[in-house]
Design a protein around this ligand. Structure first.
Ligand code: SF4
Length: 240
């Protein structure tokens, strides 16, 4: 037998050996955005460079610890164990690991049953290496633009807004009227081509008030997004 028979393709070897820290992998229905309501596998990576005031996943970065360390191949294996054909790659910040995050996206996109992978990213990581380096049309980006109420607006990577495509989403999580007004200005200045979502911070901004503001300001192409998992289950419950 020649050595060549023992050599696996490079991508396969990388997928087998590249390890990522994770919080959890579970199946539920997507709670927000354009995929809301679809059964979805959530792959939650560990770690985030931001510390948003209203963060509801504080267990995804220190002082908490990663719950799992899995290779890309092992993550794909776990995803294959579920019936869902949609994946939400989330965190924390799922793009924190650069080429390792890109490799994971490429391998998940190669799973034949998967029809959609949406990446929930913080807005602080430049999208260019991912939009340019992950070719699959299955992969979409959902940028959570951090408004002043988060305490992290200065960290937003503004050039990435121009890279968002029609299949992507730009979500503004709104805690107050001041946040709403900044979101409007961001849209006026950057004119993104993707779906625009306005989502009230759970417990801070009233959805009814947000709807009134949207209609009064004639924001005809902004979509209200509510976190339906917080309606279905206890808002603090994890793994749903
Ligand atoms: S970017 Fe997301 S995970 Fe990170 S602190 Fe903000 S809300 Fe939490």
């Amino acid at each position: 037998m020649t050595d060549a028979l023992h050599v696996r393709p490079l991508a396969e070897r990388e997928a087998i050996s590249t390890v990522l820290p994770l919080v959890e992998i579970f199946e539920t229905v997507e709670g927000e955005g354009m995929g809301a309501g679809y059964p979805t596998v959530f792959v939650r990576l560990f770690g985030c460079p931001l510390r948003c005031v209203w963060c509801d996943t504080k267990y995804s970065y220190p002082p908490y610890e990663a719950q799992l360390h899995l290779t890309v191949a092992e993550i794909c294996e776990r995803v294959n164990g579920f019936a869902s054909t949609r994946i939400c790659l989330t965190g924390g910040e799922p793009l924190l690991y650069g080429e390792r995050s890109a490799l994971l996206l490429r391998e998940l996109a190669a799973l034949p049953q998967i029809v959609d992978i949406h990446v929930e990213t913080s807005g602080a990581i430049g999208l260019a290496p991912f939009v340019n380096g992950v070719a699959s049309p299955k992969v979409r980006y959902i940028v959570d633009y951090k408004l002043p109420g988060s305490g992290e607006e200065a960290r937003m990577d503004l050039p990435s807004l121009a890279l968002l495509r029609p299949q992507d989403e730009l979500k503004f999580v709104i805690a107050s009227r001041a946040d709403f007004d900044v979101a409007r200005k961001v849209l006026e200045v950057h004119r993104p081509r993707c779906t625009i979502l306005f989502s009230p911070v759970w417990g801070s901004a009233e959805p009814s008030e947000l709807v009134e503001w949207m209609l009064a300001e004639r924001l005809a192409n902004v979509k209200l997004s509510l976190q339906i998992h917080k309606v279905i289950w206890d808002p603090d419950r994890r793994g749903v």
